[in-house]
Design a protein around this ligand. Structure first.
Ligand code: NI
Length: 434
């Protein structure tokens, strides 16, 4: 029998701008970080196209994954002081935190929509399939990889462990809010994580928070609320996302129609045909995708060429707010006008919707049941957060949705051709805003 991983002779540290240092003392964690599947995360940005809006947002899924690991390491350390924590379970927790996003591909959001892939399924395959990661995990025991995959899939038997990595307040969210705020440079993502970790207590199958730390938890909820609307759903980022999706759609469409690409997009073949293997998937990263976007600027297909030029030179679509119910009335006329001026509405007129539910209390039977955040009262009772906090109550259970209509304003404003039709289109679009 081979030996199991133990503790490193000397602790390793990574310098990190958010947590100052990431500490690694387990050989297992060190080996996982060194695998090629984990190193690949260095080539995938955490926030997709957000760098086109906030130029600092160049941080990667590698940075974030280390950060989630570090928060989890500290949570487990705090809890170990209060109760017996099984050493193997500790390592399951740390590995799951480190690997929770391992299945993400480049620009996941758009890729998943266009090619119907699912990063959660890839995560499972990478942990359980023929990979360096699985081989490292196997050193800890035959069933160790499955335990790690189960924590990430939320099917693991110890629900406390699951809640530390995915609940309404977990290591993943705490890291991405702080990290994304840091790298975008916005000030509203800040909250006092130190305080939250200090007041966190394990209670049966969930982590609860001492009542005295309620304001730190409130701050966290508000920061999440702010980050969604100010950063994650920023309309300019969404415009870039729309163009990116349309490039992928167009390339797929051309491939299905036997179009002859000047430079064969071989990295995309299995995606286009819907038969992608794990090996192919792991070869995709943002440098590969951007290589093709660079090349496709020289293609003969005018739509693919134009969309790629837009993405590479950041000539994005403009937008108007829209109400889909009103929109529907002018939609047929808009489509007709677009076709008349030779602009394909499937690529140049796009409705995009975003919605977010900042915090929710427990509603049994609802589709996405969310575990509420509980406060631990001085007398030992638990109280659901929104019953104690007026601030949180005000936004609890309130889903906000917004719809925007994206279009190539520059083409419509160039009225050297079809001036009448283009003017009509612009007036119809502007009328949407009311
Ligand atoms: Ni994450």
């Amino acid at each position: 029998m081979t030996r199991r991983f133990g503790t490193l002779e000397e602790e390793k540290v990574f310098k990190d701008p958010v947590h100052r240092y990431i500490h690694v003392r387990d050989e297992l964690i060190w080996e996982l970080i060194g695998t090629k599947e984990f190193q690949r995360l260095r080539r995938i940005r955490q926030l997709g196209t957000t760098f086109l809006t906030f130029h600092g947002a160049e941080h990667t899924r590698f940075n974030h994954s280390l950060g989630v690991y570090e928060i989890m390491r500290r949570m487990v350390e705090n809890m170990e002081e209060r109760e017996n924590w099984d050493p193997e379970e500790r390592l399951v927790c740390l590995s799951a935190a480190l690997l929770h996003d391992i299945g993400h591909g480049p620009f996941s959001h758009s890729f998943e929509k266009v090619f119907h892939t699912d990063h959660e399924e890839w995560t499972r395959e990478i942990i359980l399939g023929d990979t360096e990661i699985k081989n490292v995990l196997l050193v800890m025991g035959e069933d160790f990889p499955k335990k790690v995959a189960d924590v990430i899939a939320k099917t693991y038997e110890n629900k406390l462990v699951v809640s530390l990595i995915s609940s309404q307040i977990d290591a993943d969210r705490m890291d991405y809010l702080l990290r994304d705020a840091f790298y975008t440079g916005v000030s509203y993502g800040q909250f006092d994580m130190e305080r939250i970790l200090r007041v966190m207590r394990p209670k049966e199958d969930q982590a609860v928070f001492k009542h005295s730390g309620m304001h730190a938890v409130e701050d966290y909820i508000m920061s999440r609320y702010q980050m969604y609307w100010q950063v994650y759903f920023h309309p300019v980022t969404r415009s870039a996302e729309v163009i990116l999706s349309k490039i992928l759609h167009r390339a797929k469409h051309l491939y299905s129609n036997k179009y002859k690409f000047k430079d064969k997009p071989k990295h995309f073949y299995s995606l286009f045909s819907g038969k992608i293997t794990l090996e192919d998937y792991l070869k995709l990263d943002e440098s590969v995708i951007l290589y093709y976007f660079q090349e496709w600027q020289n293609e003969d297909d005018p739509i693919l060429k134009d969309l790629c030029e837009r993405f590479m030179s950041r000539r994005l679509f403009k937008y108007v707010e829209c109400d889909p119910s009103i929109q529907m009335k002018v939609w047929p006329e808009l489509i007709e006008l677009f076709i008349k001026i030779g602009l394909d509405p499937n690529y140049y007129l796009v409705i995009d919707s975003s919605s977010d539910l900042p915090y929710d209390f427990y509603r049994p039977g609802e589709e996405e049941e969310r575990l509420p955040i509980h406060l631990l009262m001085p007398n030992g009772d638990l109280r659901e957060l929104s019953r104690e906090s007026d601030v949180v109550e005000a936004i609890s259970g309130k889903k906000r949705t917004d719809h925007k209509l994206y279009f190539a304003k520059d083409i419509l404003e160039d009225q050297s051709t079809f001036p009448k039709e283009k003017q009509r289109i612009l007036s119809l679009l502007i009328a949407q805003e009311g």
